[in-house]
Design a protein around this ligand. Sequence first.
Ligand code: 5GP
Ligand code: ZN
Length: 119
Amino acid sequence: YHASMSSDCLFCRIVAGEIPATIVRETATTLAFRDIDPKAPVHVLVIPKEHYADVATLGQSDPELAGQVLATATEVAEAEGLLADGFRLMFNTGGHGGQEVFHVHAHLLGGAPLGPMLA
Ligand code: 5GP
Ligand code: ZN
């Protein structure tokens, strides 16, 4: 049981092992798993295990944990061989940001040229 876990949050349920995911890295405070509908050859979601709705809330409430999410994302980028050619790390936030899952997650995208950010 995690004090901040929300049983109706999809990504909290992945953290709890209640929903399967292809996990690529886990630390004491973060989890990285493959996006179920990848938009690039490498598409990994990196989350704090603790529930925060979005990166604004996380960054203001726990900047150290936000840094741990960035560190895990970088470790996955390295493990996936993305450091030389580059990658994109993205937090969709709120309505205009197109956020659909309200447990903060970084999208790590790479493995091919991604083109301009806004198509
Ligand atoms: P958002 O639009 O909130 O930034 O992105 C949510 C992401 O979560 C989408 O890229 C979507 O494909 C992914 N996603 C949604 N449901 C699941 C799921 O059950 N498992 C995994 N691994 N990814 C999911
Ligand atoms: Zn959650």
